[in-house]
Design a protein around this ligand. Structure first.
Ligand SMILES: Cc1ncc(COP(=O)(O)O)c(C=O)c1O
Length: 406
């Protein structure tokens, strides 16, 4: 008798390029080992270690108690769109008026990015992405059936790209750019004049800029990191600004993000979203109204950013003093430290993946290999952990690196 072997149904070609998020996978592995009782220090995390500021959390609780538990308005509460518009305008020193009509609220900034790419790009389009880049950009571009084109950043320039770098990779098929500043994974921040030059490149080629400014508020200079919103006279006709509550307000689990875009694009993204999620979680939107507008929350954010700044200084000075030959990107924002490992070890060509695997095995510290961001010569460390954990992890990491020099 012949046995019929049933093969699983093949999945759609829509998912042909899809890979699991390596940052989430690394962190999940560290958490699994912690749950099993191992003393693993997880510096692979991509979220603040602080609690959601109490006034915002209370606003969420109150919203549930008041019965805001039905469908929200699909593009977001007007109160929230207004709060985001005013908040961003304040961060730009009041120099730019932002209409609530140009704001659409989504389920995390991840959905805002997806909405923007899916609405703007399609087959045969190319989208430039500076590398190293956050894991999801190439995936989201692929899901939009466009082609991501990675543009390597310059090692002697904090792995940033210039307008000239973009120019060299531009052809007739290039329709857009996704730029992240402050950058995950490097912590590098584009200056206003660099943004201006990139805006000029985009204008010249009629390309869209999707500016992921989710970390804008976590900046170690004065105020907020420079933004495309700060460019005087720029009409932002072909610019989408991505923001959200996750990072600045320690609200990753609430899932509230937003895009600021020209009206016709907001309309298209709202239409798309109405068939996918029907808008972001309703009580979470009320929590976010408070997050984006409450002065007490703002004070707490300031303290959080100061704490990140102190930790940044600690990581930088310990690397400089204790392993002076190791190259790294000097971070000016976000909460990541990106260092180079290909020169560490008995033979040249150490990979980030090999380094992280061995570090986890020998010293029980989880970091993310640069392969996740498109360049496996590097490794990402997140300092969104307590000072005590950071110090203990640095002891182990630096001991591990020094062991190769013995
Ligand atoms: C650069 C960048 N953009 C977007 C996101 C997504 O944030 P969320 O969907 O939580 O708003 C993240 C999260 O790690 C990120 O690092």
């Amino acid at each position: 008798m012949t046995r019929v072997i049933r093969l699983p149904d093949p999945l759609s070609p829509n998912l042909a390029h899809l890979r699991a998020s390596e940052t989430i996978a690394t962190s999940a592995e560290a958490k699994r080992r912690q749950a099993a009782g191992e003393d693993v220090l997880d510096l692979a995390v991509g979220e603040p270690d602080f609690d959601t500021p109490a006034p915002a959390a209370q606003a969420g609780i109150l919203a549930i108690q008041r019965g805001y538990t039905r469908y929200p308005p699909n593009p977001g509460l007007l109160e929230l769109r207004r709060a985001i518009a005013e908040n961003l305008s304040r961060q730009s020193g009041g120099s730019r008026e932002i209409s609530p009509d140009s704001v659409i609220v989504s389920t995390g900034s991840k959905q805002a990015l997806f909405n923007a790419c899916f609405s703007l790009f399609g087959p045969k389009d190319r989208v430039l992405i500076p590398a190293p880049s956050w894991v999801s950009y190439p995936q989201i571009v692929h899901l939009s059936r466009a082609e991501p084109v990675m543009v390597p950043g310059a090692t002697d320039w904090s792995l940033k790209v210039s307008a000239e770098d973009l120019e060299r990779r531009t052809d007739k098929l290039v329709r857009g750019l996704i730029l992240c500043s402050p950058c995950n994974p490097t912590g590098a921040v584009y200056t206003l004049s660099e943004l201006k030059a990139i805006a000029g490149w985009a204008r010249k080629h009629d390309a869209w800029i999707i500016a992921d400014e989710i970390y804008r508020r976590i900046f170690f200079g004065a105020g907020s990191a420079p933004s495309f919103l700060d460019l005087p006279g720029d009409s932002l006709e072909r610019t989408v600004i991505i923001t959200g509550a996750s990072k600045a307000y320690a609200m990753t689990g609430w899932r509230v993000g937003a895009a600021i875009a020209p009206a016709h694009l907001v309309k298209a993204m709202a239409n798309l979203q109405s068939h996918v999620t029907s808008g972001a979680n309703h009580p979470a939107q009320w929590a976010a109204v408070t997050a984006f507008s409450d002065p007490e929350v703002e004070r707490q954010v300031q303290r959080m950013v100061e704490a990140f700044g102190r930790r940044r200084d600690r990581v930088v000075s310990r690397f400089r003093d204790e392993v002076p030959g190791i190259e790294f990107v000097e971070p000016h924002g976000a909460f990541y430290f990106f260092f180079r490992v290909d020169g560490i070890g008995p033979a040249p060509g150490q990979t980030g993946s090999g380094f992280c695997e061995e570090l986890l095995r020998r010293e029980a510290v989880a970091l993310v290999p640069g392969a996740a961001f498109g360049d496996d010569r590097w490794v990402r460390l997140s300092y969104a952990v307590s000072d005590r954990e950071l110090d203990a992890a640095l002891d182990r990491i630096l001991r591990f690196v020094q062991s190769f020099g013995d």
